[in-house]
Design a protein around this ligand. Structure first.
Ligand SMILES: Nc1ncnc2c1ncn2[C@@H]1O[C@H](COP(=O)(O)OP(=O)(O)OP(=O)(O)O)[C@@H](O)[C@H]1O
Ligand SMILES: [Mg+2]
Length: 180
C-alpha cells in the first residue's frame, strides 16, 4: 500500500510541471467524522475540458518519455477503494484543484506517511514556486508557508541542506503535536 504522502508528492510534481507559482496542500483529518480529505491546488497551466474528461485514464499523459501517466489514476483508486471520492477541477491558464476524500478508518485506507520528508523533498528542488501546506487534525491546525520561511531565512536559501533537514523535523514535530 502506497503512503498518501507519496501520492501527494506525485501530484505536486504535476503542479510543478504545469509551471505553478503557488501550490496549496491541505490535509484534513476529521477523525470524529471518520473523514480524511486531501486537496492540492495550483495556479499552473491547467487542463481544458476535453483533456479533463480523459485525464484519469492511465494512458493519458503529456509526458514525452513514456506513454502512461499514473499519478492521478493511482490516487483516484486509493480514494475510491475506501468508499471515498476523487475530483479534478481545472481551467486552462488558471489552475487545477484535486480533491481526494477517504473513509478514515477503512481497512484499505493508506497511512498518511512522512509529510515532513515529502515537503522537504519538494523544497530541495531549485524550482521557483511557493507552497502553503495546511494540516488539520480535528480542530487543530498547522500551517507551513514557504513565503514566511523565506522571509525568516533572509539571504539563506531554502534548499540549503541544513534548512531542508530543519524543515522536515519542524513539520513532523508540529504534526505530532496536533495529535495530542
Ligand atoms: N496540476 C496539473 N496541471 C496541469 N496539468 C496536469 C496537472 N496534473 C496532471 N496534469 C496533466 O495530466 C497528465 C496525467 O497526469 P498523471 O499524474 O496521471 O500522469 P503523468 O504526470 O503524466 O505521469 P506520472 O505521474 O506517472 O509520472 C499529465 O501528463 C499532465 O498533462
Ligand atoms: Mg504525474
Amino acid at each position: 500500500m502506497k503512503e498518501l504522502s507519496l501520492h501527494i508528492l506525485d501530484l505536486v510534481e504535476n503542479s510543478i510541471r504545469a509551471k505553478a507559482k503557488l501550490i496549496n496542500i491541505f490535509i484534513n483529518e476529521d477523525i470524529m467524522n471518520n473523514f480524511l480529505e486531501i486537496i492540492i491546488e495550483d495556479d499552473g497551466n491547467g487542463m481544458d475540458e476535453e483533456f479533463l474528461s480523459i485525464v484519469d485514464n492511465p494512458f493519458t499523459t503529456t509526458r514525452k518519455t513514456r506513454n502512461v501517466g499514473l499519478g492521478l489514476p493511482l490516487l483516484k483508486a486509493a480514494a475510491i477503494r475506501t468508499d471515498g471520492d476523487f475530483q479534478i477541477i481545472s481551467e486552462k491558464e488558471k489552475g487545477t484543484k484535486i480533491v481526494a476524500t477517504f473513509k478514515y478508518d477503512h481497512i484499505d485506507r493508506a497511512p498518511i506517511g512522512n509529510m515532513g520528508s515529502t515537503i522537504a523533498t519538494l523544497l530541495s528542488r531549485v524550482e521557483k514556486f511557493d507552497l502553503v501546506y495546511i494540516h488539520q487534525i480535528n480542530n487543530k491546525r498547522f500551517t507551513f508557508s514557504t513565503t514566511e520561511v523565506k522571509e525568516f531565512l533572509g539571504e539563506v536559501s531554502l534548499n540549503t541542506p541544513e534548512v531542508v533537514l530543519w524543515i522536515q523535523d519542524y513539520i513532523n514535530d508540529n504534526i505530532s503535536t496536533l495529535c495530542k
